[in-house]
Ligand binder design. Structure first.
Ligand code: ACO
Length: 321
């Protein structure tokens, strides 16, 4: 049988960290204490003007390829999860392919599931590999969320950051990806959205993130716990044999509430929201790469990746790294 496993991880964040106090200095009516206590966020990164999602994604991909000991030409499919593409089209994945200097031929497409995007993209890549149609897939989550922030709305603008994470997924005889699950419920589209659209040369509706924070909080904790149970059951892995949990890095309180529901202790939860903020589809691969490079996630360990985001969408992937 064919399975897929992660051959290498990489990530990239642009520029210097912007602290909570830096936001106050920029004139946002907030405080370090409020942001830290409610969200766990201490800093985030913002891309300079002209630094696009594809550039962030390509840099993370280069680092993942290095870690896997591969060249761009070894890749036969590129999937980019993003909510903040460089342009309406071509896809960010095509732009990344070009930026990496990949020879013509490998397929490339974008995946839109907002903050669940990476888990969705990883699941799709796993299925392409298991079907035998592809052997080495670059899976990237990349975002310039700062471009869709309303700086006059303090309830949202303090939460997000820019960045990218990537993995190279490779065919193997033993399962790296043990179980996956994906879900969506479009009836909750109103609690988290960017409702604007481009039509006839103008943007109609708001081009900025709108969010009902408390509704998002409750929804996220419930579905993250449900998705975790699903993949653990499918893989027949008791929760006490789970080495690491890497949930979407939106808010420390959501992550710890989910871990508590599952019976996972806090020291088995990878947390990078403090330094990255919420980077939407980039958050899970950024956290995974940080944990790998810091020597916390090691080969052979079990890791639960979880995403939840606008749509609403949610999902989980249980892997043996
Ligand atoms: N700084 C200072 N005060 C603020 C700020 C801010 N940045 N934002 C809001 N406040 C004030 C409000 O005005 C309000 O003041 P009032 O009591 O005088 O009216 C007070 O803080 C409480 O506001 P709430 O909205 O009730 O704050 P809450 O405790 O719900 O915390 C938060 C807000 C942090 C957004 C919380 O609801 C949350 O964590 N929700 C989860 C949402 C999330 O993580 N979204 C990320 C994107 S979604 C995703 O990735 C899945």
């Amino acid at each position: 049988m064919i399975f897929s496993r992660i051959a290498g991880t990489g990530s990239y964040v642009p520029g210097a960290p912007v602290t909570n106090d830096d936001l106050v200095a920029r004139g946002i009516d907030t405080s370090d204490e409020w942001i830290r206590e409610r969200t766990g966020i201490r800093a985030r990164h913002f891309a300079e003007e002209g630094v696009t999602t594809s550039k962030l994604g390509a840099e993370a991909a280069r680092r993942a390829l290095d870690a896997a000991g591969m060249k761009p030409a070894d890749i036969d499919l590129v999937i980019v999860a993003t909510t903040t593409p460089d342009m309406v089209f071509p896809s960010t994945a095509c732009l990344v392919q070009h930026e990496l200097g990949m020879p013509s031929g490998a397929a490339a497409f974008d995946m839109q599931a907002v903050c669940s995007g990476f888990v969705y993209a990883l699941t799709i890549a796993d299925k392409f590999i298991r079907s035998g149609s592809n052997k080495r897939v670059l899976v990237i989550g990349a975002e310039t969320v700062s471009r869709i922030l309303d700086w006059s709305d303090r309830t949202t603008c303090v939460l997000f950051g820019d960045g990218a994470g990537a993995v190279v997924l490779e065919a193997d005889e033993v399962p790296g990806i043990m179980a996956t699950t994906l879900h969506a419920d479009g009836s909750h589209s109103d609690i988290l959205s960017v409702p604007g659209q481009i039509a006839n040369g103008v943007v109609t509706g708001s081009p900025f993130i709108r969010m009902d924070g408390q509704a998002v909080f409750k929804f996220a904790v419930r579905v993250l716990a449900d998705a975790a149970h699903e993949v653990l059951t499918r893989a027949a892995l008791p929760v006490d044999q789970l080495d690491w949990m890497i949930p979407h890095q939106a808010n420390i309180r959501i992550m710890l509430a989910t871990a508590k529901r599952l019976g996972v202790s806090e020291d088995h939860v990878i947390v990078t929201v403090d330094r990255h903020g919420n980077t939407s589809s980039a958050s899970v691969p950024l956290a995974l790469d940080a944990a790998v490079r810091e020597g916390r996630v090691k080969r052979g360990q079990t890791v639960l990746l979880e995403g939840v985001g606008g749509g609403f969408t949610w999902g989980a992937a249980l892997i043996r790294y």
